[in-house]
Design a protein around this ligand. Structure first.
Ligand SMILES: [Zn+2]
Length: 480
């Protein structure tokens, strides 16, 4: 980013709550389904239909509010947000306006070094979905999503860089998954993000004119949109122009934001209290019941992993990013693996396998106790690290216990000095030119000889003993 300006960024995140039914009716809230099959008079906005509050959705929002240290309002009001658009059959959305359910919370990023304040979290219903038909002069509308419960999480403009924004968003996704209130799936739109951004000369405090970028469906798009908008606004100011308060739409294919509407076209939503719903009352008893039902949260778990397992903060942050992976890791350790060795396995081979196959830990074949056994064979020196990775692959492909695979394939590490020396001698005898060059001073060739020795023993030689044997023999030849 330019040295002259800094970005002032706030995020508005919509998270779809994973309740069984919609916010104000009994229709299924699940994603998908044939268009317009999850609908009823309420979510189609038919005259005379009355909304009934989904109390589970309220409880989910309270969970998130408590997990982000928000104040929970004992009385809050739903309001009508009036706008006309084909995806909104009632011509208004039921949302919350001046009395949100949760307010004044925060979330920390950069291992606690940076605090992002959360202004408010309110509950609302989703709109339907327009499907634009190629080469046609009409669009189709699917109301399955109409009335699905959402929370909107509005941050204060405390974010300064694309990286901070991305970390905040990833942390928020991790949190809603820990709390089991939202599946966090950005591709299916369960988590959606709008970016508010203004810029100002570095070292100043006044806020500049902000723009809003909508329609961001991945962490990468959020980062790209921030970089794009920061440079665009810097360019406008540097050329003597003025930033206008526009709403922009992110075009992922072009990698740029295009103006959707200017301030003059901004909606006046004419909010007023929803007359068909009572004031939402959340008692202290409910708040404390929800609080006591919260799981151990990511920040607390991360700290515990550092103190209990003596892990570096990097490992602890990565392992606790997902509740399921953290649980898997703890199961590997309680099955007897060394805590750092288990961390290396989970962060390395296990996560790589999960990424490559796009599976989660529930779909991962090797059970914690099986991985612990493999880590144990390596720790005891029975197999070396190259062999361990090979055994890991075989366990994935064919299943079975690490010790059986090692025994069947004769993969035990060779730690027999005389056997290794014999192989080392053979390697040197086969490469007289390299030996001469080594003795003439090209000592980097040591790795070449060790490599040849490992090849000869199919990777089974104890690497330290192999290096020592080669070195020792070369020295005797120097004397000779
Ligand atoms: Zn319905």
């Amino acid at each position: 980013m330019s040295a002259r300006y800094e970005a002032v960024i706030g995020l508005e995140v919509h998270a779809q709550l994973s309740t069984n039914s919609k916010m104000f009716c009994g229709c299924p809230a699940s994603f998908g389904g044939e268009p317009n099959t999850h609908v009823c008079p309420v979510c189609l906005g038919l005259p005379g239909a009355l909304p009934v509050m989904n109390t589970r959705a309220i409880e989910f929002a309270v969970r998130l509010g408590l997990a982000t240290d928000c104040q929970i309002a004992n009385r809050s009001i739903f309001a009508r947000k009036n706008y006309f658009y084909p995806d909104c059959p009632k011509d208004y959305q039921i949302s919350q306006f001046d009395t949100p359910l949760c307010s004044d919370g925060h979330m920390d990023v950069e291992s606690g070094a940076k605090r992002i304040r959360i202004k408010r979290i309110h509950v609302e219903e989703d709109a339907g979905k327009l499907l634009h038909v190629d080469n046609a002069d009409y669009s189709l509308v699917d109301f399955n999503r109409s009335g699905v419960p959402l929370v909107e999480i509005v941050s204060e403009p405390d974010i300064r860089t694309a990286r901070e924004a991305s970390e905040y968003l990833q942390k928020l996704r991790s949190l809603v998954r820990y709390l089991e209130i939202c599946d966090g799936n950005m591709e299916e739109g369960s988590l959606r993000c709008d970016v508010n951004l203004s810029i100002r000369p570095e070292g100043t405090e006044n806020l500049g004119v902000k723009t809003e970028v909508k329609n961001l469906n991945s962490f990468k798009q959020v980062e790209q949109a921030i970089e794009f908008e920061f440079h665009r606004q810097s360019g406008v100011l540097e050329s003597g122009g003025r930033v206008t308060q526009d709403t922009l739409l992110w075009d992922a294919a072009k990698g740029q934001a295009v103006v959707m509407r200017s301030k003059e076209e901004a909606h006046d939503y004419r909010y007023f209290p929803e007359p068909d719903l009572r004031v939402l009352q959340v008692s202290e008893a409910t708040v404390s019941r929800v609080r006591s039902s919260l799981p151990e949260l990511p920040d607390a778990k991360e700290k515990r992993f550092v103190s209990q397992y003596k892990l570096p903060p990097y490992d602890a942050a990565l392992l606790t990013g997902s509740r399921d992976i953290a649980q898997y890791y703890e199961d590997v350790v309680s099955a007897g693996a060394d805590s750092k060795a288990a961390s290396n396995w989970v962060m390395g081979e296990v996560m790589r396998e999960m990424n490559e196959r796009a599976i989660d830990i529930a779909g991962f074949k090797i059970k914690p106790a099986e991985l612990a056994e493999l880590a144990g064979l390596q720790a005891s020196g029975k197999i070396n690290s190259t062999t361990a990775k090979d055994v890991f692959k075989q366990m994935l492909e064919k299943g079975g216990r690490a010790s059986d695979i090692v025994a069947q394939s004769g993969l035990e590490q060779v730690s027999d000095t005389s056997a290794i020396e014999a192989d080392a001698r053979a390697v040197l005898d086969e490469n007289p030119d390299e030996v001469a060059r080594y003795l003439a001073g090209k000592e980097q060739l040591l790795q070449f000889f060790v490599g040849q020795l490992m090849k000869r023993t199919k990777g089974k030689a104890n690497p330290k003993m192999a290096t020592d044997a080669i070195k020792g023999l070369l020295e005797t030849r120097r004397v000779g």
